[in-house]
Write a protein that binds this ligand. Sequence first.
Ligand code: NAD
Length: 542
Amino acid sequence: MSNAIFRIPTAVNEPIREYAPGSTERASLKKELERQSNQIVRIPAIINGQEYTKGHKVQIVMPHDHQHVLAEATLVDEAGINLAIESALAAKKTWDQMSWKHRVSIFMKVYHLVRGDWRDRLNASTMLGQSKTCHQAEIDAACEVCDFLSYNLAAMAEIYASQTAETPGSWNRMEYRGLDGFVLAISPFNFLALASNLVCAPAMMGNTVLWKPSRAALLSNWYFYQLLMEAGLPPGVINFVPATGEDISRVALLHPDMGGLNFTGSTNTFTSLWKNIGANLENYRQYPRIVGETGGKGYIFVHNTADVPKVVSAMIRGAFEYQGQKCSAASRAYVPASLWPELKEMLLAKTAEIKTGDIRDFTNFMGAVIHQRAFDTIKSYIDYARESEDAEILTGHCDDSEGYFIYPTIIVTKNPQFKTMLEEIFAPVLTIYVYEDEDIDTAVRYCNEDAPYALTGAIFAKPRTVIQDLEEKLSYSAGNFYINDKPTGSTVGQQPFGGSRQSGTNDKTGSVANLYRFTSARAIKENFVPQDDVNYISMKEQ
Ligand code: NAD
């Protein structure tokens, strides 16, 4: 009987494994990498718990060794997407009305499988399919997936406990239903954790979901989906629907029962989805909730009191880890002229030490970028900089003969509005603008106003007055703001993530703010002393 107020375990962050040489965890991960490298996985859609294989077949390859096929997947046809919508709608009532204790239990099971038996499978598939190094996979596919689950379950309990003021003679209650209809979750390639959260957060709150994974992350996403099934997620609650963006937009996004869009990806994609929703408003049964976390142009703003080695470390980790394919990546920097000679020398020396290559070699710091399209786009930016009189490439080159390798690239520009200072490239490309120390106010204005994004930013300075001044002047430039730290590496529960302007709706993943977006609250008043008089006392003459 569900007749008690249950306590959710305290939310905690998952400890990061180090995979030190000679450790059993390293040996075990290497074995799993070997296993997954030597097979070709078949990835179907799963609709209402059943495989669905009608559609277009595609191959999934290793980005760092693009002739090596890892999987063959189906991008489902229109009939499959419609079936998934029916399945989500059919599962909705039972799921939403299931005692929340059981929903919690299912996601706790997911959490324990991720941190336990499935850890190697998730890490290895993320490494091979998305070209993450062992450390980058661990902080994403193991730790952040766990953190989202752990913090969201606590946030869910907090929301359910949130009740209203009392009225004499009645009982006021707040009930937190899932949204009307189904939730469409569209995930990006770069983080398994984000994909897991895009589907699990709405599901936890009683929604049923259509998950359209990114084709470029299908391998790890498929392993995670199998884990969900092993955890006992009922059929139809989350439907795994690899499909083309165009088909999903045409069929699921515009469906009358689309109750919420949970999106993470590029600004252009999100803008087009929102426009399509807007144009379709009269056909929906409800106004769809729209949550979207999108692009970024993370910055590092350096004051002349900054500690140069610490700035260099932040630039290298912030700009080049996971090949700069983090929405939070440092991709532009503002450096005072007085520090530039020392900073440049140290930055180039450290960058020269970076090893790039196949992520199965654990000594590499960087792998390849995600696919040929990304490689070609990034290369075109680098070529543009090479040909421009406004910029100089200090280091960096590209090679796609075996894998899609873009080596760490540093551009210095005289133009604060240079293309690579403004546009998201999503690559290991850092552009630096050197400002005269006395022109700091103008440089701060460039930093705040020029790029259309507002996701992450970092300042490096020592005096409190300077820190206070920059913190205020750059207030709206970033949803995640760092003082004397790199702009990447936000941790669930510690620095809830999200930005505004062209970076999204800033709904702060892994927090109550995000979960509220997937509830449709019902306020219930039960009156124990109903009135039998129609008139009010004020209506009496005497
Ligand atoms: P993307 O926009 O190319 O794709 C994201 C998802 O949208 C994919 O599943 C893709 O297939 C799908 N899609 C593309 N076109 C579509 C359409 N017309 N209709 C429906 N779905 C469509 O982004 P990506 O390359 O996968 O990811 C990188 C981008 O994501 C970067 O811009 C990055 O900054 C952003 N990102 C943001 C955050 C954040 O929290 N703000 C986190 C991660 C990534």
